[in-house]
Design a protein around this ligand. Structure first.
Ligand SMILES: [Zn+2]
Length: 436
């Protein structure tokens, strides 16, 4: 059993930014105050041979409350997060109602979240055609940045930006020193399909060229806007890696994330009609997946976050690939999904901590989070890197335990999660609401 309030904790495998080391952490007022030799930690909570990692920072989560709370809510999402070792999450501005596109909507979000969160939660704002002239108040109210689409978002109340509106949003980001986070699929490159249950038809309707075009447009506009900061959400198309890398080389302030489903699943293995695998952009072929791993290893992709986007089983599982809800809910499974693949590919827990904790915290500007270092919040997870389990959807804590990973064998079990040095107890939610 984990001790409820840590004053010191030790492990033979503390995952620090520069490597795994035996160490003892001293904890004061919920923060890491010192990193000491393992031997000095007599009497400390002892993880033994289990690894001690920083709590993960998942900057891409759709919680849907208020307004579509029947899809997902703060209590269930944050419970799933804690079980999966995620101690900080940032909520996306769409799929809840109203969408987080003004200060009043942000206040409604915060009121809905208050007292329900088992982990710390911050919020993104949205940039839509209707609010482009009024982003500053939302920025000043503490959102971490603004999300926009370049094609249909899936919900009518969150329309996409056209080219001129995207340019305007980027100019405003530069004035605010804000961050624009973009669902980068270009509307012009998407193809309409007649109603189909064939996965290949769905994949063909969202070609990798849609991502390449969108990212090229973004990089050009960000440069024209004099150095606005942009972040590419859920990169799926390996064909766009060179576009991302080229933008970075020429000094565009562009970062990119991908998600566990793009790094672990493959189109060839998705059965027709299996809409639990539907997400946008889509899961592509195994060769694409291997190139995404190479892009991650090379630093072209900066981080890995869940894009946890649940809906009701009715919306997710009935209908065709054309009509079913697009989104995969994996908040609780991201760490074992990634670790199972990463260790096979020669990566370490240090890489995992960088991709899933430190890098997302830094690029979203979540301060004092994402690494084990003096002064950082004592958000920690005890992790068994060699323990195997089989995914049983009934053990998932998000509202509707639908999962494309049902029956998958994964490696890596989260044994304990601490938030600010205290054991996470979903019955007594202690998560704070964060502002930039
Ligand atoms: Zn999303």
């Amino acid at each position: 059993m984990a001790s409820d309030e840590l004053t010191a904790i030790r492990s033979r495998r503390v995952v620090l930014p520069d490597g795994e080391h035996p160490a003892t952490l001293r904890i004061d007022n919920g923060k890491i105050s010192a990193i000491l030799p393992y031997e000095s930690g007599t009497g400390a909570y002892d993880c033994g041979d289990d690894a001690l990692l920083p709590g993960l920072v998942d900057t891409h989560v759709h919680i849907n409350e208020p307004g579509r709370t029947e899809w997902e809510g703060f209590a269930t999402a944050t419970r799933a997060a804690a079980a999966g070792g995620v101690t900080t999450l940032l909520d996306m501005p769409l799929n809840s109602l109203p969408p987080t596109v003004d200060v009043a909507a942000l206040k409604l979000k915060q009121e809905a979240a208050q007292g329900q969160c088992a982990v710390d939660v911050g919020f993104w704002g949205g940039a839509i055609p209707q609010n482009l002239g009024a982003l500053r108040p939302l920025h000043e109210a503490g959102v971490y940045g603004f999300k926009c689409f370049l094609a249909d978002s899936g919900v009518a109340e969150f329309p996409p930006l056209n080219h001129a509106q995207l340019a305007a949003a980027l100019s405003e980001m530069r004035r605010l020193d804000g961050l624009l986070i973009v669902h980068a699929e270009s509307a012009a490159a998407l193809r309409q399909v007649v109603d189909s249950s064939r996965y290949q038809d769905f994949l063909d309707s969202r070609p990798d060229g849609a991502e390449v075009e969108a990212i090229a447009e973004l990089a050009d506009l960000a440069e024209l806007a004099g150095g606005a900061r942009i972040h590419v959400l859920h990169l799926s198309a390996a064909a766009a890696l060179e576009t991302v890398a080229a933008a970075k080389r020429r000094g565009v302030k562009l970062t990119a994330e991908t998600c566990p489903h793009y790094l672990t699943l493959a189109a060839e293995a998705i059965p027709n009609g299996a809409t639990e695998f539907k997400c946008c952009p889509p899961i592509r072929e195994a060769g694409n997946r291997d190139r995404l791993w190479a892009g991650l290893a090379a630093g072209t992709i900066d981080c890995v976050v869940s894009d946890h986007s649940p809906a009701t089983p009715e919306l997710k599982l009935t209908g065709s690939f054309t009509t079913a809800w697009g989104g995969i809910a994996s908040l609780q499974l991201g760490l074992p999904l990634m670790w199972t693949q990463a260790r096979r590919r020669g990566h370490t827990l240090v890489d995992i901590a960088r991709w899933m904790a430190d890098a997302p915290a830094r690029l979203a500007g979540v301060k004092g989070k994402g690494r084990i270092s003096p002064g950082y919040q004592a958000d920690l997870i005890q992790f068994q890197p060699d323990a195997d389990f089989v995914v049983d959807p009934a053990s998932l804590a998000h509202r509707h335990p639908v999962s494309p990973y049902a029956g998958h064998s994964l490696t890596g079990v989260v044994r304990s999660t601490w938030l600010a040095g205290a054991t996470v107890d979903p019955g007594k939610p202690k998560g704070r609401l964060l502002s930039r």
